[in-house]
Design a protein around this ligand. Structure first.
Ligand SMILES: [Zn+2]
Length: 478
């Protein structure tokens, strides 16, 4: 506890535009290799660059959501460096007039609330992607990602724990994904983060030697990298065996350690200078207001609407508002079947457990909400029982069946007929004398066994409440 870790973040977020930052090429994820490329985004000399208006608007939205000042006039600069995935030899970014400055984001951890200050948010273009082929010992380049618009969010070194870093990234993801600024999928690379870390003795002002860590592609990896790197710094300070140098390090998730990549360049190494080919973009208050008034509901506002407006428990609302996709499914399903608690239950208990079984995250669940609503209504109205409902839900997801038609066609209607259920109970009891003996001997477990047998005889369609009630009565009489 003698030391404290001081951290800052640089978060790259891919903007949810349909086209690239300076041309009309598509930004679609998963296109064929080099399908989306033209002379502009391939960095050919003499091309004419036009700034994507939507990208500017999404950056303004990011600024408003992070309490930032929006610059009235922005320009783009050339950051010069050579790398094969950057055909022009420079990256177009904003060094001299970033679109947003001096923002802040409030986070909440077990230690309470805290403000994380932002230095700036700037617009820039992404680079292409290198594909290394070990079989042929060659490297190929895919330019689909070249010049896709990004914002880079740069924080002040305000973080003191991995918990704070994770809380910040979760908050950022929530703010930006609910506003449709970006889908913020770390696993697909639409949200990436680099971390600056140094360690100093508690109570001292001077910052320790700083290392930058790259290549962390999940929140879990980030937390693990922070733990590892902090300890490496502390060990170096304590034992003096290793000398800390300012450098960039790569996190290797499979090994659970960071490795040196290269010495950190200083900004001057890049020879950044203004790009005279792109006209400045002027941003007036009217434009900012228009973007602000079109912002969708934030997760926080949605949470309040769900708990206070619809009376949902905080637990349910928390889960639903954790993902833009889930909360869209909730709202859309509610339009067709207005029972918030039931819809929430089906999403949280059934839909998410199927998704988990298929290795899908909350953001990747897709369902026809009209059919989903019909299914919930069938179960809620006791037309079919819950177990049959679960099976139908899987079929909606896999085959897109219509639940009402399917239930009718396959005669899945719930059996409420007490005389049929009573006679089935008698059958099951008389067919299982051994189990009955165990019941008499005091074993309560066999109750569940009997229920299973009765349900099986009735094709899984019996009303479980009636089965339970009649079984309890039947067993009393024995
Ligand atoms: Zn292009």
């Amino acid at each position: 506890m003698k030391y404290e870790t001081v951290m800052g973040l640089e978060v790259h977020v891919e903007l949810a535009t349909k086209s690239k930052l300076f041309c009309a090429c598509s930004t679609e994820f998963g296109s064929d290799i080099n399908e989306n490329v033209c002379p502009v985004c391939a960095g050919m000399p003499g091309t004419s660059l036009m700034v994507n208006k939507k990208a500017v608007e999404l950056a303004i939205a990011a600024g408003l959501l992070t309490n930032s000042e929006i610059s009235p006039r922005i320009t783009f600069d050339k950051k010069n460096y050579f790398y094969p995935d950057l055909p022009s030899g420079y990256q177009l970014t904003q060094l001299y007039s970033p679109i947003c400055k001096n923002g802040w984001v409030e986070i909440e951890t077990d230690a309470g609330k805290k403000k994380i200050n932002l230095v700036q948010i700037h617009l820039e273009e992404d680079a292409g992607k290198l594909i290394h082929d070990d079989w042929t010992d060659t490297t190929l380049i895919d330019f689909n990602r070249a010049a896709v618009p990004l914002i880079e969010i740069v924080t002040r070194p305000d973080f003191r724990s991995a918990e704070e870093v994770v809380a910040f990234l979760e908050k950022l993801r929530s703010l930006l994904s609910f506003a449709d600024v970006s889908d913020c999928k770390m696993q697909e690379g639409s949200m990436r983060c680099d971390l600056n870390l140094s360690v100093r003795e508690k109570g001292t002002e001077k910052l320790g030697t700083r290392t930058e860590i790259k290549n962390m592609n999940s929140l879990k990896a980030i937390a693990a990298a922070i733990a590892y790197e902090s300890q490496r710094h502390i060990d170096a300070l304590e034992t003096g065996d290793e000398v800390l140098i300012q450098e960039t390090r790569r996190w290797d998730d499979s090994i659970g350690a960071t490795f040196s990549m290269r010495d950190k360049e200083d900004a001057t190494d890049y020879r950044v200078f203004p790009n005279p080919d792109i006209m400045p973009v002027f941003i007036d208050d009217e434009w900012i207001d228009a973007v602000g008034s079109n912002l969708p509901e934030t997760a926080q506002d949605k949470f309040i609407r769900l708990t206070q407006g619809l009376g949902l428990p905080e637990y349910d609302s928390e889960i639903i508002t954790r993902s833009k996709n889930l909360s869209n499914i909730f709202d859309e399903t509610l339009k067709h079947f207005n029972n918030p608690k039931e819809v929430a239950n089906w999403i949280i208990v059934e839909l998410l457990s199927i998704a988990k079984g298929d290795n899908k995250g909350e953001d990747d669940v897709r369902i026809d909400c009209r059919k989903f609503a019909k299914l919930i209504e069938l179960v809620d109205g006791r037309t079919i029982n819950r177990n049959v409902g679960k099976k139908i839900l899987s079929l909606i997801l896999e085959e897109g069946i219509d639940p009402v038609e399917y239930a009718e066609k396959n005669k899945l209607g719930m059996i409420n007929d007490t005389s049929l259920i009573t006679s089935t109970i008698q059958e099951v009891l008389s067919e299982n004398p051994k189990a009955l003996e165990e019941y008499r001997g005091g074993s309560k477990k066999v109750h569940g066994f009997f229920v299973g047998q009765i349900m099986r005889k009735l094709g899984g369609k019996a009303n479980p409440q009636i089965v339970n009630k009649l079984l309890v009565e039947a067993l009393k009489e024995i």
